[in-house]
Design a binder for this molecule. Structure first.
Ligand code: GLN
Length: 536
C-alpha cells in the first residue's frame, strides 16, 4: 500500500540484547493504538531456514501455521500481538540467494552478471516490502538479525539504506545498543553505542531512534549526551532496563513515549489512547503471584532458548492461574531406572519435550514410566508424546522392543513409524509434516474438556507418527486416542484417563499460546499441576 510505513530494527555492540522483544513491543504498542501491523525477521545466516539447525545454534525452531520453520523471534511476535505470522515473515540470506540463483538459472536476468548489489539487495528490498504490498498494513516492522558490523549482515543494511532513501518519511530505523556499567570505574559507558552508531552511519544509515539496553538507570544527561553524539533527537533515546518479565517491556517503552515518537516521526497523530486490554491485568497477576508451581522439563538441550515456546506457554498459563512458575531442566540423558525417583519426584508436573534422534530418549521413556506409575501430571509434546506411546507399549502391552522407526528401523513393534509419504524423502530441509492440521477430539476426553470444542487446528513439526496398526490394542489397554486428524486418520493426541493428567500431543501446542490467549492444554495441565502441589 502506498502509505504503509516501514520500521527497521537493527542492533549493535552485542547480540542477545533483545531485539526481538523490542520489535515485538513496538508492534504491540502500535497495534494497541489501533494500527494494523506485521513484524518480520531477516536472518543473515546462509541456511535456507532454521529447520536443519541444532537448537544450540539459534534456539528453538518456531513453526508458522502455513508450515514454515522459522526463527524463534516469530514466537515472540505472536505471543505479544496475537497476530499469526506466515512464511513471508522470515527470510534468511540462504533463502534470498536461493531465489536469486533460481531466477538466474531460469534466465530472468537476461545475460547480466549477478552481484550482491544490486541483485541480492534488490531481492532483500523486495522481501522487505512484500508483505506491505500484499496486504494492507499501517506498519511493517523488520528486525535484522545479528549486529551492525557483521560481514553477513551488510547486504541487509545496504537494502535498508536504499529503502530509507526511496521511502523517505515512510521509513525509520530503530537501533538497539548496549550501555555497559564498569564496576571498577563506577561508570556507565556510552562509547560502545557511539561506535555502533558510527558504524551504522558509515554504511549510510542514520538511526532515528536509539534504544539503550542497560542494567542501570540511565540519567537524562547521559541520554542527552548520546543523542548529541549520535545525531538523534533527545526524546528519541529511550532506555530498556532488565525487567522481571519480557511482557513488561511494552509498558516501559510506552512510559518513555516510544510509540508517540515513532508516530511523530512519521508525521502521524498520536492523540488516541493505548488499548491494553487484559495485558496489564496479566502483569498485575504476574507480580502478585506468590505460590509456586514447579514444572520439570525433561529434554536433552540444556539451554533456555531450546524450549522457548514451551517455557513461555507454561508461564502464561501459570500467571493466569495466579501462580509463579518455577521451571527447571531435567537432563534426559542422565535419567536411569535407578535414579528416576530422585530426579523426578517433587515436581508438580513434568513436560516431556520434543526432539530428534536417539540421544536421551531412554531417559524420556523412563520419565514417562515414572510419571504414569506415580500419577504425576505429564505433558508429552511431539517426541514426548511418542515416548509416552513407546513406554506404554513396552510396559503395558508387553512389547519390550517397542520403539520408533526413527531410533530402531528393525523393530517389529514400530508403534511410532515413518509415514508412507515420508519414505522416499532424501532432502532434510522443509520436508517434515509442518504447519497447522485439523484434529477432531473425542467427546468426554480430557482434551475435549480442555478445548471445550470438538474441532481444532494445531501446528506440527515431525516426520514420524503413531502407528495405527496398534491403535486398537492401545485403546483396549487404556491409552485413549483422543484426537484424530479427520482427513488422514492419524492420531494426534493420546491420554490415559485413569490418571490425573497424562496427555501426549503429536502437535506443538506451545506455538500458539499467547499472553492474551494462553493455550487450553497448557491451562489444563497447569491446573492439574497446581492441584497436585496443593495436595502434597
Ligand atoms: N523426531 C520426531 C519426529 O520427527 C519428533 C519431532 C519433534 O519432537 N518435533 O517425528
Amino acid at each position: 500500500m502506498a502509505d504503509t510505513k516501514y520500521i527497521f530494527v537493527t542492533g549493535g555492540v552485542a547480540s542477545s540484547l533483545g531485539k526481538g522483544i523490542i520489535s515485538a513491543s513496538i508492534g504491540k504498542l502500535l497495534q494497541a493504538r489501533g494500527y494494523k501491523i506485521t513484524i518480520q525477521k531477516f536472518d543473515p545466516y546462509i541456511n535456507v531456514d532454521p529447520g536443519t539447525l541444532n537448537p544450540y545454534e539459534h534456539g528453538e525452531c518456531y513453526v508458522t501455521t502455513d508450515g514454515q520453520e522459522t526463527d524463534l523471534d516469530l514466537g515472540h511476535y505472536e505471543r505479544f500481538t496475537d497476530i499469526k505470522t506466515t512464511r513471508d515473515n522470515n527470510y534468511t540470506t540462504g533463502q534470498i540467494y536461493l531465489s536469486v540463483i533460481n531466477k538466474e538459472r531460469r534466465g530472468d536476468f537476461l545475460g547480466k552478471t549477478i552481484q550482491v548489489v544490486p541483485h541480492i539487495t534488490d531481492e532483500i528490498k523486495r522481501s522487505m516490502l512484500y508483505l506491505g504490498r500484499k496486504n494492507h498494513y499501517d506498519f511493517v516492522i523488520s528486525e535484522i538479525g545479528g549486529t551492525v558490523g557483521d560481514i553477513e549482515g551488510t547486504p541487509f543494511l545496504e537494502a535498508i539504506r536504499q529503502l530509507k532513501w526511496e521511502l523517505g518519511r515512510r521509513a525509520l530505523c530503530v537501533h538497539l545498543t548496549y550501555v555497559p556499567y564498569l564496576a571498577a570505574a563506577k561508570e556507565l559507558k556510552t562509547k560502545p553505542t557511539q561506535h555502533s552508531v558510527k558504524e551504522l552511519q558509515s554504511l549510510g544509515i542514520q538511526p532515528d531512534i536509539l534504544v539503550l539496553r542497560a542494567e542501570r538507570d540511565l540519567s537524562q544527561a547521559l541520554r542527552k549526551k548520546v543523542a548529541a553524539f549520535c545525531n538523534v533527537e533527545s526524546d528519541a533515546v529511550v532506555q530498556s532496563l532488565d525487567q522481571p518479565t519480557i511482557y513488561e517491556v511494552p509498558v516501559r517503552m510506552a512510559e518513555q513515549g516510544l510509540d508517540v515518537t515513532i508516530l511523530r516521526k512519521f508525521g502521524m497523530p498520536a492523540d488516541g489512547e493505548i488499548e491494553w486490554g487484559n495485558w496489564k491485568r496479566f502483569l498485575e497477576l504476574r507480580h502478585a503471584a506468590k505460590e509456586v508451581v514447579r514444572i520439570g522439563l525433561v529434554g536433552k538441550y540444556n539451554l533456555q532458548d531450546a524450549y522457548k515456546s514451551i517455557r513461555e506457554s507454561l508461564s502464561q498459563a501459570a500467571t493466569w492461574q495466579e501462580k509463579k512458575l518455577k521451571v527447571d531442566f531435567i537432563n534426559s540423558e542422565k535419567i536411569t531406572q535407578d535414579n528416576a525417583a530422585e530426579m523426578l519426584k517433587g515436581w508438580d508436573g513434568i513436560v516431556i519435550c520434543p526432539g530428534f534422534g536417539s540421544r536421551g530418549i531412554e531417559g524420556k521413556i523412563i520419565a514417562a514410566q515414572y510419571c504414569r506409575e506415580h500419577d504425576v501430571p505429564t505433558f508429552g509434546i511431539c517426541l514426548g508424546m511418542q515416548m509416552i506411546v513407546i513406554e506404554f507399549a513396552r510396559n503395558v502391552l508387553g512389547y519390550r522392543d517397542a520403539n520408533s522407526a526413527e531410533m530402531d528401523t528393525d523393530t517389529k513393534h514400530n508403534v511410532i513409524d515413518l509415514m508412507e509419504e515420508q519414505k522416499n524423502i532424501t532432502n532434510m530441509g522443509g520436508t517434515m509434516r509442518l504447519g497447522a492440521y485439523a484434529c477432531r477430539l473425542k467427546k468426554g476426553t480430557l482434551a475435549y474438556k480442555a478445548y471445550g470444542k470438538q474441532n481444532i487446528e494445531e501446528r506440527h513439526r515431525h516426520r514420524y507418527e503413531f502407528n495405527n496398526a496398534f491403535k486398537d490394542e492401545f485403546e483396549a489397554h487404556g491409552l485413549t486416542c483422543s484426537g484424530i486428524n479427520p482427513d488422514t486418520n492419524l492420531v494426534e493426541i493420546v491420554e490415559d484417563p485413569s490418571k490425573t493428567w497424562y496427555v501426549g500431543t503429536q502437535f506443538h501446542p506451545e506455538y500458539s499460546s499467547t499472553v492474551l490467549h494462553p493455550h487450553p492444554l497448557f491451562m489444563s495441565f497447569i491446573k492439574a499441576a497446581i492441584h497436585q502441589s496443593e495436595n502434597k
